[in-house]
Design a protein around this ligand. Structure first.
Ligand code: NAG
Ligand code: NAG
Ligand code: NAG
Ligand code: NAG
Ligand code: NAG
Ligand code: NAG
Ligand code: NAG
Ligand code: NAG
Ligand code: NAG
Ligand code: NAG
Ligand code: NAG
Ligand code: NAG
Length: 791
């Protein structure tokens, strides 16, 4: 195993240290004193570093062997190991550090270094290097690059070389360089912008036969894999080539790799069919061919791979049938992902598989209308994803006990299940039952639950007692049900809540003054909430989407609205965006929650009083809808600074005064509605404000200028009643939603892409999520990440 190999080395290393330690104790040696030359090199290295958190501030005292991350040999007193991973270091990573004569282990990974410098002296290091472990990976500097890898040549003892995340696109000979390292066991060059596999030159002379672990995922090869390439890598056991823009067919030399255990070719452009010879990979345990363009039949020889632990072949173009026979020998299978495929599943109704899965995804496949009965036999499922699989009917008892058992992730999104599950207690951490036909009360959920989405069902009644103490809950999505009660009283206790989607239910009550400080999204749209909007709501520094529309809120807007700092800064961190479709009066519109689209929608309430001018200083807001209230105010000149504004609706209020010339600076404005107010003066001319049609301005009798016609005559406005009709309002909502919608926005709701791993913040979130999934971790692309932490 990946983890074993590197761990064993670590173990040996420690064993060595312990023995030397023992020896010194016997000879009553005094404390190790650091070698003066080594000390100087370390101090040199430190010079370029910004140690923002003071993690290596101790690096100045006399004895460098006692410094953070530095390890010396007890007898020779020379520096042998430098481990500074995850120390928040920034600045320059100077490879002068490799001049440490006895350095055998160097780990500078997972910091924020933004430049690497390679001193010329690197190329003529005279001592024979004993460096066997070198990890510079996952530093987050935007411009971390190396022109070439020539500096590696003195380090011929290297066994582990991990440079993931460093831009190596200028190094076209990377393969040649690494082939000069005769002991190399593990090579990780993920996300190095490699664009070349030396396809056109000959590679037969390369010596890659020592490599056991090869990870070249997340590069951009834009080509096929050279056919005989894997004839050179006879010891290859772990191969990761995920998302690397590889074209062509699966090369036949790959199927000669007799000891291959992990093979990940997912998210490429592979074509052709899976060769029959795949059945001759006797040791394969993890096979991931998902998200390619493979077609044809799924070979029956796949059934011979009796060592398989995880199989992922979804999102291809197979036109195949799969029967219980395909899996007859897969008694070790733990993870199966066949999502997004047209494969016809021909399992006998009474089939009892030879395996017990912990992870199963059959989303976007054709399973229904009955829940697949073989899944009921799986007693150790941790994750189950059956979204969009056409299921309508379940065996009530078997279904209940299955879903209650699942501890991690349960996704049944977008089926037609119409059960009453109010008696169940679901123990999963991630729960998605949205877009079904569940009825009755909400089920009980575990106090550890972090994500709940039960939107678009027919759940009714109040929030169950078990939902009132969910201290870990971060995402609660209850939209479009028939739920009622004073929900906010309970949610106010959830200190970690980020997303709160309660729209389109029958909830009532007021907004409490204390709410989670982490709230990013608050959607209370279309309920019966009432009372004032407490100033504290505008004090939530992470909030970027606030939708209180269509309730009965009253009172005025507090000045503290400017404290919505997230509406004002242009960088937002969000776990993931959310998009869903709303059907209103037979029409569908897309409702988007994404951080680039800062939204304030307070429309169709009974808000009154003066609108604080601060509202128009929230420069990042893209959608502002205050329509259908009784708000008074003018549009200040400041509005010209709201440069990102795409949709502005102030209609049916009591705004007055002139439309400032500066409004013409809002070049992204795609929807404008100022109708039915008391604006006066002339609409600024020669600007795009003329590109909106008259309906944007109608109902302001004193407003002049194109596109308003008849504006010289003082219009009578006998009817002071607001011309507010439900239909008109919904039309305008729909329009304003459409506008400014990004093209190609297709981030799946809970979709987790491999590139997640590159972004530290996300990586941690993902690992938390994946924790306990065990083997799923292996199929993912970076076996290195937790080498020394896990297993
Ligand atoms: C010897 O080395 C080990 C491991 O590096 C260390 O823990 C120990 O303190 C050292 N012993 C002395 C006497 O310095
Ligand atoms: C080590 O040597 C010093 C003197 O050189 C002595 O005082 C001390 O007791 C010795 N310690 C041990 C553990 O033998
Ligand atoms: C290393 O090479 C550089 C030029 O490449 C030369 O100037 C320098 O003297 C050499 N250093 C040693 C220690 O040989
Ligand atoms: C390949 O692996 C075997 C078994 O671990 C080992 O004996 C052999 O030396 C390796 N080959 C190379 C070229 O490292
Ligand atoms: C990959 O490389 C091709 C050309 O070599 C380029 O057109 C494409 O944009 C690159 N893709 C990415 C994701 O960088
Ligand atoms: C790879 O090796 C196999 C068997 O050892 C051989 O048949 C094939 O011709 C080789 N392919 C290339 C391109 O060298
Ligand atoms: C849900 O049930 C209602 C009536 O009970 C039915 O009209 C509707 O079509 C069902 N929806 C789905 C998605 O099954
Ligand atoms: C829930 O449990 C109660 C008591 O055990 C039972 O009377 C009721 O029928 C159950 N409801 C459903 C929908 O199973
Ligand atoms: C809520 O959780 C806390 C801490 O876990 C516990 O002390 C308290 O009893 C729980 N309250 C309810 C109503 O379950
Ligand atoms: C808003 O937050 C600030 C600082 O966290 C605090 O001083 C202030 O009292 C808060 N305002 C309200 C209305 O809670
Ligand atoms: C706005 O935030 C600032 C700084 O956090 C705080 O001092 C101030 O009290 C807040 N204003 C209101 C009205 O909460
Ligand atoms: C247990 C079981 O259902 N076995 C069936 C698997 O498929 C073959 C071929 O369709 C049947 O003959 C077995 O009875």
């Amino acid at each position: 195993m990946t983890i074993l190999t590197s761990q064993m080395t670590l173990f040996l290393f420690m064993l060595l240290s312990i023995t030397t330690f023992h020896k010194t104790m016997c000879s009553n040696h005094t404390v190790v004193q650091c070698n003066e030359k080594d000390r100087e090199i370390l101090l040199n290295f430190k010079q370029g570093i910004h140690d923002t958190f003071g993690r290596i501030s101790i690096w100045s005292e006399k004895d460098c062997c006692a410094w953070e991350g530095v390890h010396c040999d007890n007898t020779t007193e020379r520096v042998t190991k430098l481990d500074l991973h995850l120390k928040d270091l920034k600045g320059e990573m100077s490879l002068c550090i490799l001049e440490l004569e006895f350095l055998s282990y160097l780990d500078l990974s997972m910091n924020h270094f933004d430049v690497i410098s390679i001193p010329v002296t690197q190329h003529n290091i005279t001592h024979s290097s004993s460096l066997f472990y070198l990890d510079l990976s996952f530093n987050e500097g935007p411009n971390l690059h190396m022109d070439n890898l020539d500096w590696l040549s003195p380090h011929s003892s290297l066994k582990y070389l991990i440079l993931s995340g460093i831009d190596l696109h200028k190094e076209s000979n990377w393969l040649q360089v690494v082939s000069t390292l005769p002991s190399l066991l593990e090579l990780q060059l993920t996300d190095c912008k490699l664009n070349n596999f030396m396809f056109n030159s000959s590679f037969e002379y390369l010596n890659l036969s020592s490599i056991v672990i090869l990870n070249l995922s997340l590069n951009n090869f834009t080509s096929h894999l050279p056919n005989g390439f894997f004839n050179l890598t006879k010891n290859l056991t772990y191969l990761y080539l995920h998302e690397s823009n590889i074209h062509g067919e699966i090369p036949s030399s790959l199927l000669n790799l007799q000891i291959l255990r992990h093979l990940d070719l997912s998210k490429n452009n592979l074509q052709g069919s899976i060769p029959d010879r795949i059945g001759q990979l006797p040791n394969i345990q993890h096979l991931d061919l998902s998200m390619n363009m493979l077609s044809g039949f799924i070979p029956s020889t796949l059934g011979n791979l009796s060592s398989l632990i995880s199989l992922s072949i979804g999102s291809n173009n197979f036109s195949a049938e799969i029967s219980n026979l395909t899996f007859s020998k897969h008694s070790s299978l733990v993870s199966l992902d066949m999502s997004n495929s047209n494969v016809a599943f021909q399992f006998d109704l009474d089939w009892v598989p030879p395996f017990q899965l912990s992870h199963l995804s059959l989303s976007n496949t054709n399973q229904g209308p009955n829940f697949p009965s073989w899944i009921y036999t799986q007693k150790s499922l941790q994750d189950l994803d059956l979204s969009s699989s056409g299921i309508s009917f379940v065996d009530r008892n078997k279904f209940s006990s299955l879903v209650e058992r699942i501890p991690n992730e349960l996704i049944l999104t977008n089926n037609s299940i119409a059960e009453d599950i109010s008696n169940l207690t679901l123990n999963c951490l991630f729960l998605r039952l949205d877009h079904n036909n569940f009825t009755g009360g909400l089920p009980n959920i575990s106090p550890m639950t972090t994500h709940v989405d039960v939107s678009f069902n027919s759940f009714s009644g109040e929030i169950p007692h078990s939902w009132k103490n969910l201290t870990d809950l971060q995402y609660i999505i209850l939209c479009r049900n028939r739920l009622s009660g004073e929900v906010l009283v309970h949610l106010a206790n959830l200190k970690d809540l980020r997303y709160m989607f309660l729209g389109e239910n029958e909830f009532y009550g007021t907004i409490p003054t204390m709410m989670s400080q982490y709230l990013q999204v608050v959607i209370l749209r279309s309920n019966q909430f009432e009372g004032n909007i407490p100033p504290q709501l505008f004090n939530l520094t992470s909030l970027f989407h606030l939708d209180l529309a269509h309730n009965k809120f009253s009172g005025s807007l507090p000045n503290s609205v400017y404290n919505l700092t997230q509406m004002n800064t242009n960088h937002v961190y969000v776990w993931r965006p959310v998009t869903f479709n709303l059907f209103t009066k037979g029409q569908e519109y897309v409702y988007q929650v994404r951080p680039e689209r800062r939204t304030i929608d307070l429309s169709a309430n009974s808000l009154s009083g003066e609108v604080p001018l601060e509202l128009f200083r929230l420069v990042q807001v893209q959608t502002l809808n205050l329509s259908h209230n009784n708000l008074i105010g003018t549009i200040p000149k400041d509005i010209g600074r709201m440069k990102n504004m795409e949709s502005l609706d102030l209609s049916s209020n009591k705004f007055y005064g002139e439309i400032p010339q500066s409004m013409s600076l809002l070049t992204f404005l795609g929807y404008l509605n100022l109708s039915y107010n008391n604006f006066d003066g002339k609409i600024p001319t020669g600007t795009q404000l003329q590109s909106f049609n008259e309906s944007s301005y109608i109902g302001n009798p004193k407003l002049c200028g194109a596109p308003v016609t008849n504006c010289t005559t003082e219009e009578e406005n006998p009817n002071t009643e607001k011309p507010f009709t439900q239909i008109e309002d919904e039309d305008s909502i729909r329009e304003s939603m459409y506008l400014g919608m990004g093209i190609g926005f297709a981030v799946g709701f809970w979709g987790i892409s491999g590139s997640l791993f590159l972004i530290r913040k996300w990586r941690h979130a993902y690992f938390r999520f994946i924790d306990g999934v065990g083997d799923k971790l292996y199929v993912t692309l970076i076996p290195k990440l937790n080498n020394f932490g896990k297993n």
